[in-house]
Design a protein around this ligand. Structure first.
Ligand SMILES: NC(=O)c1ccc[n+]([C@@H]2O[C@H](COP(=O)([O-])OP(=O)(O)OC[C@H]3O[C@@H](n4cnc5c(N)ncnc54)[C@H](OP(=O)(O)O)[C@@H]3O)[C@@H](O)[C@H]2O)c1
Length: 288
């Protein structure tokens, strides 16, 4: 299939590599073309050129603003009958708006934000939270199945975005909670590997710790953080989207709000572009 990928950041690039590896004809567009060239795929000069040459378009962009800007250009030409899949983490209202713009051009739209990071993206083991018309989701399913270990159609456009924000909330709070838990162990003299091994084997540990626990332990032991899988500023963006969405829904998220204040502090301290595994160490470093 001729697949166009708009946004070759960490996740978009991993997805492009995955789909090309399965034999698809992949072309890309990225705001900063120079970052896309080393991937080795044809780089289009505009989103509309990408849309013109592709049967299916996948967008994997930083935030709602980027998604709206890029779709304005993707939809500039004739796109009748093409399939658009947005996998970015955005607010539901963004997905609903894009859905209606795409459908207004007689094309098909599915939102499918994902759980899982670069490793699962490269291996086709993401968890996709699909939103859209049932027929559109079925049309997208064969392609989604090549990227995801599990796909759940959770409702109309917007529902997938809501599910993704909900899934991320406890995880993002956990990074802060873990740093606080570790600060209670400051005087025990336990090695970071041992602390993380014990915490990771208890009922309060999220699945994330299976992969990330050893990396967090290494950072705590003073080693350099790993190559960025997801950076602190992207997670701040997710927390802000959760809080904006909560306000729109008339609900409150006091724990998420407190977590965002802690993430903001880490970003002000210069950690915004670092991998999120630095967060527990930052919390620990604030000991009086
Ligand atoms: N990393 C993860 O583990 C992970 C997991 C699940 C979901 N997500 C979500 O996936 C999305 C991408 O994340 P990522 O980690 O791949 O981020 P990333 O590496 O920072 O990539 C962001 C992409 O968005 C593009 N972009 C930013 N602002 C733009 C604008 N105004 N117009 C056009 N393009 C713009 C960037 O282009 P440039 O190269 O020009 O900056 C880049 O291609 C985010 O919504 C994130 O929340 C990430």
């Amino acid at each position: 299939m001729k697949i166009g990928i708009a946004g070759t950041g960490r996740m978009g690039a991993a997805i492009a590599v995955r789909l090309a590896g399965l034999g698809h004809e992949v072309a890309v567009w990225n705001r900063t073309a120079a970052k896309a060239r080393p991937l080795g795929f044809p780089v289009c000069s505009s989103p509309s050129e990408l849309a013109e040459r592709s049967e299916a378009l996948i967008t994997m962009l930083a935030d709602g603003k980027a998604v709206k800007e890029v779709y304005a250009q993707l939809l500039a030409g004739q796109v009748r009958g093409k399939l658009f899949i947005d996998m970015s983490t955005v607010r539901p209202e963004v997905s609903r708006e894009i859905s209606s713009r795409v459908r207004g051009k007689s094309a098909f739209f599915v939102e499918c934000p994902v759980g899982g990071s670069i490793g699962p993206a490269k291996e086709g083991r993401l968890f996709g939270f699909a939103g859209g018309e049932a027929a559109d989701v079925e049309r997208a399913r064969p392609l989604l199945e090549q990227m995801c270990r599990r796909i759940e159609h959770v409702g109309p456009a917007g529902a997938g975005a809501s599910m993704k924000l909900a899934v991320n909330l406890p995880l993002l709070v956990y990074y802060q909670a873990l740093g606080e838990a570790l600060s209670l162990l400051s005087d025990t003299g336990l090695a970071p590997e041992k602390m993380m091994d014990i915490i990771g084997d208890t009922s309060g540990a999220p699945a994330m710790l299976k992969n990330r626990g050893p990396q967090i332990a290494a950072v705590l032991a003073g080693r350099e953080p790993p190559a960025v899988s997801v950076d602190v500023d992207t997670l701040r963006k997710d927390l802000r989207e959760m809080l904006d969405e909560a306000r729109a829904l008339g609900v409150t998220l006091p724990v998420a709000a407190a977590a965002l204040a802690c993430y903001d502090e880490a970003s002000r301290a210069g950690l915004g572009a670092k991998d999120c595994t630095v967060l527990p160490r930052f919390t620990l470093s604030k000991r009086n």
